[in-house]
Design a protein around this ligand. Structure first.
Ligand code: ZN
Length: 94
């Protein structure tokens, strides 16, 4: 996958957003965020959904509390994974 042409003029590693939104992004070390190649703006992914949709409305209050807690934990795990992924990217691009 690694190819010399995969670097922009700032020599930053370019990749396609893993959330499948179709944007080419790179890790911006000074801003500590992903930036879009086209717009040079911070990439706020339209497909990034940290929480899970709760479509079932038939839960008792106890079940709802359990579901909310599970969603919170899942959101935290996803956030940690995302941070880890960025750290790996940073190491790989250094
Ligand atoms: Zn994206």
């Amino acid at each position: 996958m690694d190819h010399p042409n995969n670097y922009n003029e700032d020599n930053k590693k370019v990749k396609v957003c893993k959330n499948d939104c179709g944007k080419s992004i790179y890790w911006n070390n000074s801003q500590n965020a992903y930036f879009e190649i086209d717009s040079q703006q911070k990439h706020v992914c339209p497909k990034w959904k940290p929480s899970i949709n709760n479509s079932q409305k038939q839960f008792s209050q106890h079940d709802v509390n359990v579901v909310n807690t599970t969603e919170e934990i899942l959101a935290k795990i996803l956030l940690m994974l995302d941070k880890l992924d960025r750290k790996v990217d940073k190491l790989g691009g250094a």
